[in-house]
Ligand binder design. Structure first.
Ligand code: 2RA
Length: 340
């Protein structure tokens, strides 16, 4: 016996990836509903070898459905997630709406699967932001060994993090640089993204940081340990898919780079590619379509007593969104619902 699963926002980049991953990982599905806004109603999406037509989210009755994977913005989530949860359907939400709610667990299954039981307060589980998800998978096993005090992270985030419009804008601008007749003004990003980098993701906060940077701080504390201090600089780069992060970690105890490499090699969800030679590291184009978070360039930071540097790359549409949501569904199945 399997589950009755709804995917909300099934026509978007993340919704489609959720369907691909549910099928790839043979999640035990008895019935699947693909839901979208009325304007996309009737659009076709793939689920394994099947083609499904989307249904209207607005009129869908969630009663009797086990779980709903939400991949829509915070506004639509604020309307439909409470409706689904009240009907007894457990919501796994990819928006930022519930991530900081103390009554909603924020889960990365390799890191804090035990926290999933907290879903019962609201019938909602939150999926973290893409830049946090990949970082905490790398931090957790190192924290367990040597206690992390402080993290300094700089991100290099692909345009797919900004949705289809972000992908289109990089594509159009790149073409227009070679063929200026096609010139298209920037709409999604505040400055030119083709052949450029932009140190600005999400809105500005009062202290001069951006919301994306704030999310990395708040979410790392909630998922791993509230004692860990994080400072982040988040940058958009002209890459279609795959977020990269340069991470500097200060520990309470000394951790040798070779031991850190061994720990990460054994860590769930992590793949270490770390040869000290030309090309002996992973770049974002190589991680597309993969489940793993790749770690390279592991090395001691000799400017502090207990410091390490590393390079972390992952598919932001997968570990950063759809894969993590499906892993939450799997964890819910094995630890709570126990049907599959
Ligand atoms: C981005 N963090 O890359 C967002 C997506 N969740 O813009």
């Amino acid at each position: 016996m399997g589950y009755r699963v709804a995917v909300v926002g099934a026509t978007g980049n993340v919704g489609r990836e959720m369907l691909n991953i549910l099928a790839e990982r043979q999640f035990p599905v008895d019935e699947i509903a693909v839901l979208a806004s009325r304007k996309s109603m009737g659009s076709e999406v793939s689920f394994g070898d099947k083609t499904l037509k989307t249904k209207d989210l607005d009129t869908f009755d969630f009663t009797g459905w086990d779980m709903a994977l939400f991949a829509v913005g915070s506004e639509a989530t604020s309307i439909y997630a409470p409706k689904a949860a009240a009907a007894g359907c457990i919501v796994i939400d990819n928006s930022s709406l519930y991530r900081y709610d103390p009554d909603v667990p924020l889960i990365v299954p390799e890191v804090n699967p035990e926290a999933i039981t907290g879903y019962s307060k609201k019938n909602i589980i939150a999926n973290p932001n893409c830049s946090t998800a990949q970082m905490v998978v790398a931090l957790k096993p190192l924290h367990d060994r040597a206690r992390i005090k402080r993290v300094v992270v700089s991100t290099y985030q692909s345009v797919s993090g900004a949705g289809k419009e972000g992908i289109d804008e990089l594509w159009d601008q790149t073409k227009s640089i070679y063929n200026p007749v096609d010139d298209k003004p920037a709409k999604k990003f505040t400055k030119q993204i083709a052949f450029n980098v932009i140190p600005h993701i999400d809105v500005f906060m009062d202290d001069g940081s951006t919301k994306e940077e704030w999310k990395m701080v708040a979410e790392t504390k909630k998922i791993v340990d509230k004692a860990i201090k994080v400072t982040a600089t988040c940058v958009r780069v002209p890459v279609f898919v795959g977020h990269s992060e340069a991470i500097n970690i200060e520990f309470e105890d000394f951790l040798d780079e070779d031991e850190a490499r061994d720990i990460l090699r054994e860590a769930p969800g992590v793949m270490v590619i770390d040869k000290r030679e030309d090309g002996g590291y992973v770049t974002p184009v190589e991680c597309v379509g993969d489940y793993a978070t790749f770690i390279s360039r592991i090395r001691q930071d000799s400017t502090i007593d207990n410091g390490l540097n590393l390079w972390c790359v992952s598919d932001n549409l997968r570990k950063g969104a759809a894969l993590n949501a499906v892993q939450i569904a799997e964890t819910l199945g094995t630890r709570v619902l126990k049907k599959g």
